[in-house]
Design a protein around this ligand. Sequence first.
Ligand code: ATP
Ligand code: MG
Length: 406
Amino acid sequence: MTQATPETKPYAPKVKERTVIVVRLGEITLKKKNRPFFVRQLGRNIRTALKGLPIKDTDWNPQRIVITPGAGFDWPELRSRLLRVFGLRNFSLCRVLPWDEDLIREGMLEMAAKEPFESFRVTVQRSDKRYPSTSQEMERSLGADVKAASGARVDLTKPEKTFQVEIMSNGAYLHTERINGAGGLPVGVSGRVVALLSGGIDSPVAAWRTLSRGCQVSFVHFQSFPYLDASSRDKAITLTESLTRWQYKSRLHVVSFGDIQHKIVAACPAPLRVVLYRRFMVRIAQAIAERERAEALVTGESLGQVASQTLSNMATIDQATTLPILRPLVGLDKESIIDEARAIETYETSIEPDQDCCTLFVPRNPATHSSVEQLIAAEEALDVDALVAEGLESVELLEFSWPEAS
Ligand code: ATP
Ligand code: MG
């Protein structure tokens, strides 16, 4: 008697058809030991960034994060929010289908019918090799169908549209676009810094650059109201609002600096004023950093841009604080900084006219060279601790969050 061999059915996962967003991780995939920590922080940041939108689920593993949106989700809005999350390499809006070539074909033709295109290619990636056909077989057969339906030509090197199928253990993922993310590291993995935020073009870009390296940023702005109008404070507020979109929660400390400047002007040599202003700014910023548990200061200085930004002045400014001063723009020219300011949408605010505290009592010939001895001698005429305390006393603390809880 022959024994009936049980028919072995090929493996196929149970799949509920759905739409998801697949997020591929950037540089954090390089971090070995810290990876779970980085991915968890990124997952948290994504959830915060998508607050108020219908999201059913956010699921993550070391390679990718899969977001399942709820019914009627607003793709352009979701997309624009994801574009502001650091740590994402790219992401795609995917249809998830069963392991069934007919359904995959149907799904692809539906995508192809959405808008016309002249050239295309089909790329199949079989991450789970239990799928019965090879990638090449599928690429050929699906490609032929798309060609017949659309009339477009196949172009393997520079296609206008790429139809991608990824065969994963839990379904076939179809998409036509990998949207580049912001890259960098998830905000929150690198500790906290305090950024000195003027109303100008440079400092918001410098702050943004540290955000992109995973720092949480607290802001401090110095204003000379009532000696000058409050326009620089208004700009600092608008800039903080813009930058909050990258880190979700911010604090802005506004320091009244006019009286301190007055005392500097009355007691110290004019050419040293600007460097003296800066030394007091970093002292006050350091005290704020202690409150904020921040480990460094950030400025928008760039070497040689203005008289106060020479190596020797930077060195004497550094001497006024024990915290490291990060200067992310030090090697950039103005044009590149402006391009970046435009890209992060702070430029329009920065170029609004204002009365910045640094324009108060600025001497005609500010020193391009200063020595610590000179500055210490000048500061002997001042009660440094009392002035720092006065600055701290004046702090107005403003809090920001984005997106608004809804
Ligand atoms: P920015 O465009 O950032 O104002 P800038 O080219 O005008 O820079 P400076 O005026 O020399 O340069 O200022 C150098 C840095 O000192 C700024 O980038 C900023 O970090 C800090 N700073 C200057 N003014 C203020 C201010 N009013 N409040 C806070 N920080 C300031
Ligand atoms: Mg300025």
